[in-house]
Design a protein around this ligand. Structure first.
Ligand code: FAD
Length: 475
């Protein structure tokens, strides 16, 4: 006997569990299937984000930042520590506790919202009268039927050809978050968000970190000014970079790993490291979903094909998050999950791709929303730019963290904010003001005229808005 639901969600990451909760809030009978297992084999919903992504990376970034401050910056505050020690096992243990708190929190939320949770792998069985049959293969095998199915099966790390992840020496994000002792030498392939965050953690804890990047430049998606400032700061901290490399071979047969590559000038080079993190992008995960059973269309990269509303080629089947086009970000997955649940209910769910914030949680943090200066130039948009350095911000000085700036880009005629780019302390939090402003189509003048608390980092945002019309007050 199959169990009947209005909505079945396959995948319990940020896209899936949020879609399930929103659908339940709207009065539907909802099931959420997720196969992630904790170390005891029990359920661990939350997906990549909670288990091996956003949450554990931020936990380790925090621990490693505390260590770096204690080792190198406490002295500036007149605090000295004798015999500073680091316990990596405890750091990783704390990270695991934070992950578990989030897993448990999600299970609680699903229960609170009366979502039926199934721990196992969900796959399409067949289309039936008025819906779909979904098999769940887990501790108990179940068959669920629903008119609406939301696919939220996420993504997996992309491996380098010829260098499969062994999670001991060649690490994906999963292994990178479980290293048991600080490696003397760490290689990172890919200078994107994940490579930078993971490289920063282990560099702060004492590893010599070298990042190899295939692209000729740094952080192509970010505003050029921000990328330049961030690269300068990372190099000063001791991260080493090689851009424009072409990797020919990875040899993990010895004690460590040797990467063979041609550098930007075409000269053959080798990099010998103890461990290698490969962070060269992620691939959509439809393993085990059995899309063929119902004819669910995938594109040539294995992503579920959807329209702007997350509708697939099948009536009643939707897909959200990393398994579909668009930025692979947890908050994008969540917004799509909410919008799809609302569309199923006949409402007008909406995701504004133009105001999705991007954040890199390194030190300095990097965050932006909207278009970059190079994009505006390429699009032929007439714009004004205003920039304010944290060096001139009182709170940043008191914090002892004056790297970076806030930069505003506004339409030359209407003054509407077109992009805000931040590199510096707490950029991840400061960017929210810019997101709100852009959602409400605010002008730079609007932000410039709002009272910001003193002393706060957010005053740099106000001053950058003032800088658009060349009338900063504190610089
Ligand atoms: P996922 O989180 O991948 O969840 C999919 C879930 O579906 C998983 O639990 C999986 O086990 C399950 N599943 C798959 N197939 C099946 C099946 N057939 N049956 C049952 N269950 C199935 N994003 C940010 O916004 N901010 C960050 O700071 C950030 N940091 C990151 C750091 C790292 C190291 C990594 C790797 C990623 C990070 N991301 C971050 C990206 C973020 O994790 C993803 O964008 C987000 O998790 C996507 O959510 P999702 O729900 O689409 O998929």
């Amino acid at each position: 006997m199959s169990k009947q639901f209005d909505v079945v969600v396959i995948g319990g990451g940020p896209g899936g569990y949020i879609a399930a909760i929103r659908a339940a809030q709207l009065g539907f009978q909802v099931a959420c299937i997720d196969e992630w297992k904790n170390e005891k084999g029990g359920p661990a919903p939350g997906g990549t984000c909670t288990n091996v992504g956003c949450i554990p990376s931020k936990a380790l970034l925090q621990s490693s930042e505390h260590y770096e401050h204690a080792a190198h910056h406490f002295g500036d505050h007149g605090i000295s520590l004798d015999n500073l020690k680091m316990d990596v096992a405890k750091m990783v243990g704390r990270k695991n506790t934070v992950v578990k708190q989030n897993n448990d929190g999600i299970l609680f939320l699903l229960k609170k919202n009366k979502v039926s949770f199934f721990h196992g792998r969900g796959s399409f069985a067949k289309a039936v009268e008025g819906g779909y049959e979904i098999n769940v293969a887990g501790a108990a095998n179940e068959v669920l039927t629903a008119k609406n199915v939301i696919v939220a099966t996420g993504s997996n790390a992309r491996a380098l050809p010829g260098a499969a992840f062994d999670e001991e020496k060649i690490l994906s994000n999963d292994g990178a978050l479980r290293i048991g002792a600080v490696p003397a030498k760490l290689g990172v392939i890919g200078s994107g968000v994940i490579g930078l965050e993971m490289g920063s953690v282990w560099r702060r804890l004492g590893a010599e970190v070298t990042i190899l990047e295939a692209m000729p430049g740094f952080l192509g998606a970010a505003d050029e000014g921000v990328a330049k400032e961030a690269l300068k700061a990372f190099k000063k901290q001791g991260l080493k970079f090689e851009f424009g490399v072409k990797i020919s071979k990875v040899d993990a047969s010895g004690d460590g790993v040797v990467v063979f590559f041609a550098d930007a000038k075409g000269a053959e080079q080798t990099l010998a490291v103890d461990k290698l993190i490969v962070s060269i992008g992620r691939v959509a995960n439809t393993i085990g979903l059995n899309p063929e059973a119902v004819g669910l269309a995938l594109d040539e990269r294995g992503m579920v094909v959807v329209d702007a509303d997350c509708k697939t080629n099948l009536p009643g089947v939707w897909a959200v998050g990393d398994v579909v086009r668009g930025p692979m970000l947890a908050h994008k997955a969540e917004e799509e999950g909410v919008a799809v649940a609302e569309r199923i209910a006949g409402q007008h769910g909406h995701v504004n791709f133009a105001t999705i914030p991007w954040v890199i949680y390194t030190s300095p943090e990097i965050a932006w929303v909207g278009r970059t200066e190079q994009q505006l130039k390429a699009d032929g948009v007439a714009y004004k730019a205003g920039q304010f350095p944290f060096l001139a911000n009182g709170r940043a000085r008191a914090l002892g963290d004056t790297t970076g700036f806030v930069k505003f880009l506004a339409d030359a005629t209407t003054d509407e904010i077109l992009g805000v780019h931040i590199v510096g302390p707490m950029a991840s939090e400061l960017i929210s003001e810019a997101v709100v402003a852009m959602e409400f189509k605010a002008s730079a003048e609007d932000i410039a005229r709002i009272c910001h608390a003193h002393p706060s980092l957010s005053e740099a945002t106000k001053e950058a808005a003032l800088a658009v019309d060349k009338r900063t007050l504190n610089f």
